[in-house]
Design a protein around this ligand. Structure first.
Ligand code: PLP
Length: 439
C-alpha cells in the first residue's frame, strides 16, 4: 500500500494510493525496457509503478487488480467513441473472420480513403499508413521531393512522432538532436522555432534561408505540450507566407483530425494545408494513419512516382474496419455538438473555480482537448508550458488516481473527452478537481 500526503498551511491531508500488484511490472521490467512500450506510460515521478490495465469499456478502464478509473487518456485521443465501442467491435469481428491481413489491396481501404477525401477536401489523395510517425515522415519526404529543398520548419513543443528529423530542439542559432542516436547532421536541416512567435517567423521568411525551406509543419492546435491554441492570425499567416516562399504547409492533424470537427482543425480555422497527417481517430484504436493532400504531390509516391514509401500492414483491413465504424459514428448529426457540451461541462466549472478563487492556474481547451496548467495563467509557447508546477501536478494526478480518475500522466499533455464519458463521470471529475484546487 502506498500513502501520499498533502500539506497545506497547518493541515496535512493524506490519502492512500490504491494497492497495486507490482508483480506484473517486475516481469515487464525484465522483458521490456522500462517496463513500457512507450515512455510516457511509465508515469515517471507520479506512480510507484505504471498503471497496467486489463480492460476498458465506455469511459472506464480497469487495472490488473480490478480497480476502475474514469479515463481521460483514451489511448491518447484515438478513442473518441470510448473503449470497446459496440459498433467498432462488431465490424472488427466480422472483418477478422474474413482474414486479417493480405498485403494485397482491399475494398475497405478504398472506402476509407474516399471517406477521408469526402470529409477533408484538401486531402485530394490519401495514402494509408500504420502510425502517425509514418505519416509525418512521409509528408516531409514528399515536401522535400516536391520542392527540391531540404530544410523545414517545426515548432518547439510540437510532436510529430519519433522519426529522426523531428527529434530536435533549437539551440543558439543551431538545432541539435534531443535523442541520442540521432546524428546532429540529420537535424541540421530542421529549423525549430518557438510557437506563436511572429517576429522570429517574419525574420526567417525575410532571410535568404526562406528559399531553402521545403515545408512548415505544425499541429494546428498544439496538444503535445498541453493544449495551446494558435494565435488567431498564425495559421493564415503561415498559409500566405509558405505560398509566397514556395514551401508547403503541412498540418499534423494526428490529434486534431476528426476530433475538432469532421474536417479537423483545418475545417474549424478554414485553412487548406498542402499536406495533412491523420492518425489516432481514423484507426478507432487500431494502428492506422494517413498522409494526404494535393493530387500532384501525392502522385509523387511510388508506384506512380519515385518517392518511396511502403508498409506490410498499411491499410490493414481490421484497422480500416475500425476506422470506418468510427467515421460512421462521428458523422451522425449532433455528434460534435454533444462532445462540445460534455467538454464544456468538464472545463467550465473548473475554470470558474480558478477565476473565483484567483488560483494560479488556467484551463486551456479547444473542443474536446483540454489541459489544466497549474502555476501558469496563460500558456502560448513551450517555454510557458514547461514552466508549470510539476510537484503540484503530481499531487493532482495522484489524488485523482486515488479516487479512480486517470488523467494523462504528464502536465504537458491533453486530456481527451470522449462520447462515452457520462455526465455523472464528468461531474465526479469536476468535483474532485475543484476539491483539489481548494485544498
Ligand atoms: C500530433 C502528433 N503527430 C504524430 C504523432 C505520432 O503518432 P504515432 O504515435 O501513431 O506514431 C503523435 C502521437 O501522439 C501526435 O500527437
Amino acid at each position: 500500500m502506498h500513502f501520499l500526503f498533502e500539506k497545506k498551511g497547518d493541515c496535512t491531508h493524506y490519502f492512500s494510493m490504491r494497492p497495486f500488484s507490482t508483480a506484473i511490472y517486475e516481469r515487464a521490467s525484465l522483458a521490456i525496457p522500462g517496463g513500457v512500450n512507450s515512455p510516457v506510460r511509465a508515469a515517471k515521478g507520479l506512480l510507484p509503478v505504471p498503471l497496467i490495465v486489463e480492460k476498458g469499456k465506455g469511459a472506464k478502464v480497469w487495472d490488473v487488480d480490478g480497480h476502475s478509473y474514469i479515463d481521460y487518456c483514451m489511448s491518447w485521443g484515438a478513442l473518441i467513441l470510448g473503449h470497446a465501442d459496440p459498433g467498432i467491435c462488431s465490424l472488427v469481428s466480422q472483418r477478422m473472420e474474413q482474414g486479417s491481413s493480405f498485403g494485397i489491396a482491399t475494398r475497405g481501404e478504398v472506402e476509407l480513403a474516399e471517406e477521408i477525401q469526402k470529409r477533408v477536401p484538401s486531402m485530394e489523395k490519401v495514402r494509408l499508413v500504420s502510425s502517425g510517425t509514418e505519416a509525418t515522415m512521409t509528408a516531409l519526404r514528399l515536401a522535400r521531393a516536391y520542392t527540391g529543398r531540404s530544410k523545414f520548419v517545426k515548432f518547439i513543443g510540437h510532436y510529430h512522432g519519433h522519426a529522426d528529423p523531428f527529434l530536435v530542439r533549437a539551440g543558439s542559432g543551431a538545432s541539435f538532436a534531443t535523442s541520442r542516436g540521432v546524428p546532429n547532421a540529420t537535424v541540421q536541416e530542421t529549423i525549430a522555432l518557438p510557437f506563436n512567435d511572429f517576429s522570429v517567423l517574419r525574420s526567417l521568411f525575410a532571410s535568404p534561408v526562406a528559399s531553402e525551406i521545403a515545408a512548415v509543419i505544425l499541429e494546428p492546435v498544439a496538444a503535445n505540450m498541453g493544449v495551446v491554441p494558435p494565435h488567431p492570425d498564425l495559421l493564415q499567416f503561415l498559409r500566405e507566407e509558405t505560398k509566397r516562399i514556395g514551401a508547403l504547409l503541412i498540418f499534423d492533424e494526428v490529434i486534431t483530425g476528426f476530433r475538432l470537427s469532421l474536417q479537423g482543425a483545418q475545417g474549424v480555422f478554414q485553412i487548406d494545408p498542402d499536406l495533412t497527417c491523420l492518425g489516432k481517430i481514423i484507426g478507432g484504436g487500431f494502428p492506422l494513419a494517413a498522409v494526404g493532400g494535393k493530387r500532384e504531390i501525392l502522385d509523387l509516391l511510388s508506384p506512380l512516382g519515385d518517392v518511396y514509401q511502403a508498409g506490410t500492414l498499411s491499410g490493414n483491413p481490421v484497422a480500416v474496419a475500425a476506422g470506418l465504424a468510427t467515421l460512421k459514428a462521428i458523422a451522425l448529426p449532433g455528434f460534435y455538438e454533444e462532445l462540445e457540451r460534455k467538454s464544456k461541462r468538464l472545463a467550465l466549472p473548473i475554470q470558474e473555480a480558478i477565476d473565483r478563487y484567483k488560483l494560479p492556474a488556467t484551463l486551456q481547451r479547444v473542443g474536446s482537448l483540454l489541459t489544466l496548467f497549474l502555476g501558469q495563467k496563460e500558456v502560448r509557447s513551450e517555454e510557458e508550458a514547461k514552466a508549470c508546477d510539476f510537484p503540484l501536478f503530481a499531487r493532482l494526478f495522484q489524488r485523482l488516481f486515488s479516487r479512480g480518475i486517470y488523467i494523462p500522466p504528464s502536465p504537458n499533455e491533453a486530456w481527451f473527452v470522449s462520447a462515452a464519458h457520462s455526465d455523472e463521470e464528468i461531474d465526479r471529475t469536476v468535483a474532485e478537481v475543484v476539491d483539489f484546487l481548494m485544498l
